[in-house]
Design a protein around this ligand. Structure first.
Ligand code: TTP
Ligand code: MG
Length: 355
């Protein structure tokens, strides 16, 4: 029982309510107010109307015509995020940020009972920022993440080792981290709806059907997950990525994203005076296979055009066999003897946006 997963409730919408108190008690939808926009998130009141992240704005407006649509204020959310992470770091330095509003904490080193730590964390975030978070406490990352999602919002759920896998059995397969819409549709077609159904499938079958990813799922639902907490200081790469609304297969379109990523990465490197030597493209296929392709250069680079040029060379070499759902660009092999602080809080949030 040493891992805590924490996730802010309806993050962007909660910040809007905080900054504009008249929104309290009303359905709040962030993004999607203009013609082409998509919803980044909605508060729990708006969710009752069926509004959710990544939904096209027109649909959200139809489902919830009285919704308060707010423009996306990324800079403000990043500021609040930084504040929340400061609270995490006051508890332990073993913090792995996962996204703007989500992190794992390894609390094994602390003398306090993890459940007390979780309660303290919730109280501190509320007191200092006014926001509520949901917290999961367990013995590995996967189960802790599942636990934090258990009774959102403002949840606190503990899952012990002896409760697994029984407690997971009634869950729909979609709740298993890593299983997205496509895999869950594919499983549903085979009559597999719950974790209990999934538990009946052998590891050979999972491997044959879903590859390495299938094996991961096989282990996860049995409570096996040895992943350690990866703290920021161990992260020696710098990157950007995005998941598309719809899978894409045009290299021209991918280039548009790589171009934006290269600009952002270069800006970030520049700000910290970091140079890097290896450029990597990562992508996830529509069947959820992850791939990376890297190129290590003769010299260290920092400028946008060099990063972009390297990315294009790599891209030209990749033969895509199916459409992709995610693309990312990373630089690593960072010049040593440099003091640098890599932080995800500088990153733009692309999730849910069309370029
Ligand atoms: P989430 O933690 O997935 O969602 P949430 O915090 O709004 O709601 P909850 O955790 O209570 O279910 O994402 C955090 C923020 O990231 C979210 O407030 C808005 C942003 N986001 C997008 O911009 N696009 C997306 O598709 C998603 C899922 C989130
Ligand atoms: Mg959240």
């Amino acid at each position: 029982m040493n891992i805590i997963h924490v996730d802010v409730d309806a993050f962007f919408a909660a910040v809007e309510e905080l900054d504009f108190p008249y929104l309290k008690g009303k359905p709040v939808i962030v993004g999607g107010g203009e013609d082409r926009g998509v919803v980044t998130t909605a508060n729990y009141i708006a969710r009752k109307y069926g509004v959710h992240s990544a939904m096209p704005g027109f649909k959200a407006r139809r489902l919830c015509p009285n919704g308060c649509f707010r423009p996306v204020r990324i800079k403000r959310y990043q500021e609040v995020s930084r504040h929340i992470f400061e609270i995490f770091y006051q508890i332990t330095s073993l913090v792995e940020p996962l996204s703007i509003d989500e992190a794992y904490l390894d609390v094994s080193d602390l003398d306090t009972d993890p459940v007390e730590v979780a309660k303290h964390l919730k109280k501190e975030v509320k007191k200092n920022t006014g926001l509520t978070v949901s917290v999961g406490v367990s013995y590995n990352k996967f189960i802790a993440k599942l636990a934090s999602d258990w009774n959102k919002p403002d949840g606190l759920k503990v899952i012990t080792k002896d409760e697994v896998p029984d407690i997971l059995k009634p869950l729909p397969v979609r709740k298993v981290y890593g299983i997205g819409k496509k895999t869950s549709d594919s499983l549903n077609k085979k009559g597999i709806f719950t974790v209990a159904d999934l538990l009946n499938l052998s590891n050979e079958y999972m491997y044959k059907t879903y590859g390495k990813f299938g094996l991961e799922i096989y282990e996860r639902i049995r409570g096996i997950d040895d992943r350690k907490i990866k703290t920021e200081s161990k992260r020696k790469s710098f990157g950007r990525e995005t998941t598309f609304q719809n899978d894409i297969n045009s290299k021209e379109e991918m280039k548009k994203y790589l171009d934006i990523f290269a600009k952002n990465i270069s800006k970030g490197l520049n700000k910290r005076n970091i140079h890097a030597k290896t450029v990597t493209i990562k992508f996830k296929t529509s069947s959820f296979e992850n791939h990376t392709k890297s190129k290590t250069l003769d010299r260290y680079i920092q400028s946008y055009d060099k990063i972009f040029a390297a990315a294009i060379t790599i891209l030209e070499d990749i033969e895509f066999k199916e459409p992709i759902r995610l693309i990312g660009l990373t630089v690593s092999n960072i010049k040593e003897n440099q003091i640098y602080q890599l932080s995800l809080f500088d990153e733009e949030v692309y999730k849910g946006y069309e370029l």
